[in-house]
Design a protein around this ligand. Sequence first.
Ligand code: ASC
Length: 553
Amino acid sequence: WKVRHYDFDVKYMFWSPDCVEHVMMGINGQFPGPTIRANAGDTVVVRLTNKLHTEGVVIHWHGIRQLGTPWADGTASISQCAINPGETFTYRFKVDRAGTYFYHGHYGMQRSAGLYGSLIVDVAEGEREPFHYDGELDLLLSDLWHKSAHDQEVGLSSLPFRWIGEPQSLLINGRGQYNCSLAAHYSDSSISNECNLRGGEQCAPRILRVLPKKTYRLRIASTTALASLNLAIGNHKLVVVEADGNYVQPFAVNDLDIYSGESYSVLITTDQDPSHNYWLSIGVRGRLPTTPQGLTLLNYLPNSASKLPISPPPITPKWDDYNHSKSFTKSIFARMGSPKPPTNSDRRIVLLNTQNRINGYTKWAINNVSLVLPPTPYLGSIKFGLKSAFDNKSPPESFSAGYDVMKPAANANSTVGSGVYTLGYGTTVDVILQNANALTANVSEIHPWHLHGHDFWVLGYGEGKFSQKDEKSFNLKNPPLRNTAVIFPFGWTALRFVADNPGVWAFHCHIEPHLHMGMGVIFAEGVHRVGKIPNEALGCGLTAKMSFSGNHT
Ligand SMILES: O=C1O[C@H]([C@@H](O)CO)C(O)=C1O
């Protein structure tokens, strides 16, 4: 087992991810940030230096459970204090399990500003993956706005509310094309001018070079701020083998849906006519898209990459074809031999997802509470018993039985809050995520929910309001283990996990503006078992005052 050292300097820089120059957050002068690569069992050490002039920063290691190191989860106000300009914080954590992961900012809307990169964990040295492949291609998917993340944030927090709208570009490995199209050549394309790229530009696509008659593993992760995506490669089947760092029962599809916060590995076989190249396309699902597809080429060597495919890029399924999405999502099962869930749970928390207006401001609320993060991070305040650091009243376990999930919310009793769900250490917890109508009649949106510190089993999905009898439909035989699960419009999703990782963990919608508008909850478990929190994680709020008096050990 090795220790993998990285030095990350975060700063703003000019960059042209979609051929238009923007101010982006970069790491070591790169966008996206450098790829972290390690083997299962290794320790990753990242010395993060904040070179922003006027903002704090943190980085979350998405999909890494932080067993025994909850202070390294990289969530401002939850696991640590934001790192001040000029300061360095060292993240040290074990990557205990092979898989496809990524990292991203988790303070304000810094993920939207471009603070992200890939984190890939190979199997331990001497071990083998349960499937064969000859080569690997890594795809980190994201979306880009021409409005700055600050501008977006102010709009979301203003009266009247200003929504961020749809992204201007979709990016593959941080590269997209706003003012031209790689596929203009095909008559039905919406953008008519062909890109004139030589390959060295920041917005030139990363060509996927492959040899004929081989098998490749595509590692795909989505760190979009908003967009749900569908990915397809002309003429090629995708065999799904991994989801969120867990092996799944392999299944073949023509295209795959990926929501923000999710990752997949798919195997492709380069068994098509080797005299051609093929398109890989991504397009928006679940919201009326105004964003052109993101494109790159699957380049069969030794063909030139400038040889365009003979057919246009695969067409993204219609944005509101939810049956297509559901059929994909419901095809995902754990690989044989994966850990099974406990047969019963100790507690069931039902979380109603509503869009609300609170004092005129547009918010998202969970059981009528819209999350606001406190100035003192929970991990320190709970460990040291600083009760005044956040709302002591626990948030509701459920919502009123009479609530009509098919109608816009009556907002009378919605509030903002910073309360915590305290989970008994080692108990089995079920969470039912209940979707509902948003503020506009007959509208219910997709929300991908991401849990920190854990994987959960996805026990099932259903339509309408969850009821006790739906429990009978739970899959306890081979439910997939994931860290992110979607709720479909007007539906529910049932999850189960064991609260056995001492720490304080965010559970939230991975859509950046929705989290910012309060769409999340906080779980705390076994915090008295947490080891020594590094002082640098405690230097703000009430824990900072405490460290002056020197009484924390
Ligand atoms: O949170 C959101 O706000 C807008 C819309 O509901 C109001 O403008 C939208 O599409 C969201 O997802």
